[in-house]
Design a protein. Structure first.
Lengths: 327, 256
């Protein structure tokens, strides 16, 4: 456990020092890159609750990422146009307040995950992958063809949403907000993993028959995990939209689901900091190799292949060794 | 414990029938498990023991007939509900969480026994009540020293012991044990036989077992299943001398 704890702290510290250094040397683009990595990491931690702890190979997490993004887009676009979302039977107005948007994104992500999970968890294995993929694509095409919020063109939000007492337009302050949320989400993952619920969830992943034999429903346990997972990924979607000040159906696409899964697998499935490491590496490669060749995904693919073949615990596993069961 | 039969049974299987297409796996199977007894179920390979176990544990629903647990009809309940109603089964092939520690495996049993909601924000490994129940179960089967070991690293014999320890944490009304001796050496079998001998005082055991030495040493009653049907039920002596049983086992295993 020691070595993994040190590795985790080093990654987190690095992720904090680089943008601070960029802030000192006045390089806002680097801060934005770090913020992007942090937000994608939150999405990855969300998936890691379902995939890493529950063993649920979801290829539909773009649905939760996307609904979080549109929660931001819809609320902020109504606020900037001064037109309420709903006038009857109750008045619902848009908002430019981040905490409010996060709350809506989290609830929307959770409810969507509850609905998709309730249907998808009747299946397992390849069928589960396919049905989650199908739900994600359904929402993708729905958003493309729904003209009210920009359709295929998406929605632009002109001014970043606000957080009480902070200037969110300042890159380092927005980074600080996202980094704090990442730490909170990591804390949630850690709590879930070591709780009684986490113990049951681990059994639902490893051996559902064992869980049934002690009188606990594996399906219900997995559904709760999937819902928490969707909520966290929804939050990441809202932050991602705020980073870009733009939302589009691409957030719902299966490529997005695939990328979130790549973070988790690259870094280490089920490892606390796995998705963080994976997301950071992804953003770095995207930036460095993306400058060399527009086909940088080839190199990413090669690395992913190497990790899957030779480092089953992901890059965290490569550095810190096999996960230690705590007892 | 012949007098036990007059007491109302804890587990009562009545007229179970189960077919898969043209294959009849259970044909009018009835048996009872009285308080304090070990009732062994034996039969040649392919007799339908596994199918019967699955119908008792709730993994399969019988075509007709009923299963009563402590007077309650549980025929329509699933595995989870029957476990909560007080039925603890052990698996023929150790069914444990291999990535978890030994302690975590028994903690899961204690957690299931407690029931209710599973807390998300409290570390389970610091739950005193669960730890105490788990430590007791590990102590009973003699696995205290390896409690922090990853289950995948246990020997086969230790896994069999852990399988029993998890069942102990459930504090069930009935133990349903599917070949607990499977793969154990002579010494391991003898140790487990001694342990099960004492266990029957806590809850009766329905024992499905191939190890005839263990069966005849432990069982108060033995039922013999052949082609999905129970051809004889009786004390070990009665079964040993039953001509139909002898015929069914001819060329298979020798009855001691």
């Amino acid at each position: 456990m020691q070595r993994e704890t040190w590795t985790n702290l080093a990654i987190l510290l690095g992720l904090l020092i680089v943008p601070l250094w960029a802030w000192v040397t006045d390089e806002p683009f680097t801060i934005t890159l770090a913020t992007r990595a942090v937000i994608l990491a939150i999405a990855g931690v969300g998936l890691n609750i379902a995939l890493g702890l529950g063993g649920l190979v979801s290829l539909g997490h773009a649905a939760f990422f996307g609904i979080g993004g549109y929660a931001m887009g819809v609320l902020a676009s109504h606020a900037q146009a001064y037109s309420p979302l709903l006038e009857w039977p109750i008045l619902i107005e848009g908002t430019k307040s981040m905490p409010m948007i996060w709350l809506v994104a989290i609830i929307a992500g959770a409810l969507l995950a509850l609905a998709i999970g309730a249907l998808s968890l009747r299946t397992t294995g390849a069928y589960f992958i396919m049905i989650t993929l199908a739900f994600g694509q359904m929402l993708y095409f729905f958003m493309i063809s729904w003209p009210a919020y920009g359709g295929e063109d998406g929605l632009s939000i002109y001014v970043r949403n606000g957080f009480p007492g902070l200037n969110t337009l300042d890159p380092i302050q927005f980074f600080a907000i996202c980094f704090t949320l990442l730490v909170l989400v990591l804390w949630l993952f850690w709590q879930v993993n070591r709780s009684a619920f986490g113990l049951a969830l681990g059994s639902a992943r490893q051996n559902p028959d064992r869980l049934r034999a002690v009188g606990i429903h594996p399906d219900r346990t997995l559904l709760v995990a999937f819902t928490i997972s969707g909520a966290v990924t929804g939050l990441a979607g809202a932050l991602f939209a705020d980073l870009n000040r733009f939302v589009s159906p691409t957030m719902f696409s299966w490529q997005t689901s695939g990328e979130i899964m790549v973070f988790v697998i690259l870094g280490g499935v089920g490892r606390l900091m796995g998705p963080v490491f994976g997301a950071v590496l992804f953003v770095v490669l995207e930036h460095v190799l993306g400058g060399v060749s527009e086909f940088w995904h080839i190199y990413l693919g090669a690395i992913l292949l190497g990790v899957v073949l030779f480092a089953r615990g992901g890059l965290i596993g490569l550095i810190a060794g096999r996960a230690v069961a705590h007892g | 414990m012949v007098e036990a039969r007059s007491i109302s049974p804890i587990l009562s299987v009545r007229g179970l029938c189960k077919s898969f297409g043209a294959v009849t796996a259970s044909r009018d199977v009835s048996l009872e498990l009285a308080p304090g007894e070990i009732h062994a179920l034996i039969g040649p390979n392919g007799a339908g023991k596994s199918t019967l176990i699955q119908q008792i544990s709730g993994a399969l629903t019988p075509d007709s007939g009923s299963v009563l647990l402590d007077g309650q009809d549980v025929t329509r309940l699933d595995v989870v509900q029957r476990a909560r109603a007080g039925l603890a089964r052990t698996f023929q092939i150790s069914s444990l969480n291999m990535d978890d520690t030994v302690l975590q495996n028994v903690m899961l049993g204690a957690l299931g026994r407690r029931g209710g909601r599973l807390p998300v924000f409290r570390p389970v490994m610091r739950d005193g009540a669960l730890l105490a129940a788990s430590a007791a179960a590990l102590g009973e089967v003699g696995l205290t020293e390896v409690r922090a070991v990853r289950t995948a690293e246990l020997s086969h014999g230790q896994r069999r012991q852990l399988e029993v320890a998890v069942a102990l944490t459930l504090q069930p009304k009935v133990f349903l044990m599917d070949e607990p001796m499977a793969g154990l050496g002579v010494e391991g079998s003898q140790r487990l036989t001694g342990f099960l001998d004492g266990l029957r005082r806590r809850a009766p055991i329905l024992l499905v077992e191939h190890d005839m030495d263990a069966v005849f040493a432990l069982a108060d009653r033995i039922s013999v299943l052949v082609y999905g049907h129970i051809i004889a039920t009786g004390t070990p002596d009665e079964i040993r001398n039953d001509p139909a049983v002898r015929e069914a086992y001819l060329g298979e295993e020798m009855l001691p």
